[in-house]
Write a protein that binds this ligand. Sequence first.
Ligand SMILES: [Zn+2]
Length: 81
Amino acid sequence: MLNCKQVATLASDYLDNNTSLRWQIRLHLLMCANCRRFIRHLQITRDVGARMAINEPGADAEAVWNKVQTRIKKEAQPDQE
Ligand SMILES: [Zn+2]
């Protein structure tokens, strides 16, 4: 069984579909809300970063981070829009 630290280390490879431990990570995610949140936020960060690289190539890291924060906040409060 993987622990949270191992899952955090493997998170990037997991999102890239690049680890043989995929099922062990999924198993851990089923039981661990913290790591679920961590992976979700990592996914959002990568997603926003990738989109901005295409749509706003001049954007700096702070602009990317602001968008990530906005998306995470939106997901946390889906009823408050
Ligand atoms: Zn965990």
